[in-house]
Design a protein around this ligand. Structure first.
Ligand code: FHN
Length: 579
């Protein structure tokens, strides 16, 4: 079908189409997606499979013998393929190896509980049985079947919520623009009515909303229309213009927000390699470890993870995708209780891992299992029991003497790889204890241990300078100390006045180092950061003693003379009552 025919057909159809179904009488009263029963399945599911599948799988990143850069599903745009030329891919699209049950099984094995597939991407080609036009897999390809019908049934059989992606932007439709919107939008609504009526999706994932002719008013109208079709539908924010009032949740793409987005649902969508639609030459796969760590990071911030696969033109999901997702799925099968149905933790994520919350339980997802046998957590709550999620073995938990939170005593070996989960039952409303860095920022002293000693750790320091950085996870250090004018500081307030031994734990590579001082109140001791064998080869040196009263004073470490490129990687300073 050429552009002129398409235009004539669209105009004739617009005249024939029933006025798209308007929302239910009284329209749609927006409930709060963060707590609505409507989104309960979505908040439980947490992890979904994104599938980009369409005509673009035929060229698969190559056109006229040339590799086309960019994401595979944009080849029509990136290679500037004229519509009549692109339409010819339809005659070559015959996914005879498509196996809906195998796709649903792959999602299940991954631990994914919903699936979002492209019903129509920007190229305007419909991957479902539509009556609105003939530019579809049923009418324009030798395949002639409706794969979406089969996939919806297969997902249902596996207990996976079936959902659709739909692009507002349409490069094929002659009226998908400012001038023709009045014609195009009713046809778009009719296709959406078909999708809801024929396949009963749990969620509609809009995209392509950035086009200039789409606006918030049209978005609100479309959302009300859809809520009228199916009040329980979950809809993303790209139905409008990605405002926080649009749809039910935010959609960061290829990135993970730094933290929770308050009382707003969100979902990171991400490719498993570097393209959404299939490309023969994209083998840059994320591994199972990265998938698991991203899933935990996202869940700890209250997000969902929608991870993409791009099936080829024969209807096959690339084997590396299936393998990677299945391997990550083994961890999810063992530890999914820490992901499904959780929300963000009221306690900041610690350096050793991530924390999710479900009711009065915290799930401590430990990436860096401690060699010291203990884990600290800045939690102010009274705590109940703690146990390993895998196997249920009890974990001893006690409040720390210095009020910095709780300490858990853990077995020597991590129960799971790449992350182990401890379930901590809490009482009452969650109270996060200030982190050590927050205490220093507020001028509060570092905690005093039961023996009177005071640890000044990297993570509790105030960094005075713009190149200093906290590095590492689990046993952090202060690094990038490349400017002699930069220093670090803490506050100190001994329980009892007296003399304190000063020890420094640091690492330094050959060719670097400097003389430095540790000033505590009006007293100071000095040292030289001689090489220790490497930037991660730590050693502890005693620098002498300082006399301290019971008042609060500042402790400051700074380079003095003979500065050679960098001072050190500083793990901690420790003050111990001297006999
Ligand atoms: O342009 C699309 C792209 O092809 C892909 O579908 C992604 C997936 O979220 N969305 C748009 C880019 O933001």
């Amino acid at each position: 079908m050429n552009a002129r025919t398409a235009a004539m057909f669209a105009l004739s159809l617009a005249a024939a189409l029933p006025a798209a179904a308007e929302p239910a009488p009284g329209g749609f009263v927006k409930d709060d997606p963060f707590t609505s029963p409507r989104t309960a399945w979505y908040r439980e599911a947490k992890y979904g499979m994104f599938i980009h599948w369409g005509l673009y799988a035929v060229p698969a990143g190559e056109y006229n013998g040339k590799k086309i850069g960019g994401i595979g599903e944009w080849i029509m745009n990136n290679a500037k393929i004229p519509i009549p030329e692109y339409e010819k891919f339809a005659a070559r699209f015959n996914p005879v190896k498509f196996d809906a049950a195998a796709w649903a099984r792959a999602a299940k094995a991954a631990g994914m509980r919903y699936l979002v597939i492209t019903s129509k991407h920007h190229d305007g080609f419909s991957m479902f049985d539509t009556k609105v036009n003939d530019y579809s897999i049923v009418k324009a390809t030798p395949y002639k079947r409706d794969p979406m019908k089969e996939l919806a049934a297969a997902c249902k059989a596996e207990g996976i919520t079936f959902c659709f992606y739909y692009s507002i932007m349409d490069w094929h439709h002659p009226e998908a623009n400012d001038r023709g919107a009045a014609t195009y939008i009713p046809q778009m609504k009719e296709q959406l009515r078909e999708l809801v009526a024929q396949y009963d999706p749990g969620l509609l994932w809009f995209d392509g909303e950035w086009v200039g002719w789409w606006n918030s008013e049209k978005g609100r109208d479309l959302e009300a229309f859809l809520r009228g079709l199916k009040p329980g539908l979950v809809i993303n924010n790209r139905v409008g213009k990605r405002k926080t009032t649009d749809g039910d949740y935010e959609t960061p793409e290829q990135e993970i927000p730094k933290g929770a987005l308050g009382k707003r649902l969100w979902e990171t969508c991400m490719t498993l390699n570097d393209t959404w639609g299939f490309k023969t030459d994209d083998h840059n796969w994320k591994g199972p470890l990265e998938v698991v760590l991203k899933l935990c990071d996202i869940a700890s911030k209250g997000g969902n993870f929608l991870l993409n696969v791009g099936p080829d033109a024969e209807g096959v999901i690339p084997e590396p995708s299936v393998r990677i997702l299945a391997e990550a799925g083994q961890w999810v099968a063992e530890n999914g209780e820490a992901i499904y149905g959780t929300t963000y933790s009221p306690v900041p994520n610690p350096s050793w891992g991530r924390i999710t919350r479900k009711g009065n339980k915290l799930y401590l997802i430990v990436f860096n299992w401690p060699s010291t046998g203990t884990l600290s957590l800045a939690l102010g709550n009274p705590v109940g029991k703690a146990s390993l999620l895998k196997g249920g073995a009890e974990v001893k938990v006690q409040k720390t003497a210095d009020g910095s939170g709780v300490e858990l005593v853990v077995p020597a070996a991590a129960p799971s790889r790449p992350a182990s989960v401890i379930v901590l039952e809490c009482e009452g409303e969650f109270q996060a204890v200030k982190s050590l860095a927050e205490r220093t920022a507020d001028g509060e002293p570092m905690p005093v241990q039961a023996d009177g000693s005071i640890l000044l750790p990297a993570i509790g320091a105030k960094l005075v300078g713009d190149t200093l950085q906290i590095e590492g996870q689990g046993e952090e250090n202060i690094g990038f100390w490349t400017k002699p004018g930069e220093s670090v500081e803490w506050y100190v307030q001994p329980k009892k006045a007296g003399a304190f031994k000063v020890e420094v734990t640091y690492a330094c590579a050959d060719g670097y180092g400097s003389d430095y001082e540790v000033a505590v109140g009006s007293e100071k001791v000095t040292g030289t950061s001689a090489p220790t064998g490497g930037w991660q080869d730590y050693k502890t040196v005693a620098l002498g003693t300082v006399k301290l009263g019971e008042g609060k004073v500042k402790a400051v470490v700074k380079p003095t003379t003979n500065f050679k490129q960098a001072l050190m990687n500083l793990r901690s300073v420790k003050l111990t009552p001297a006999p």
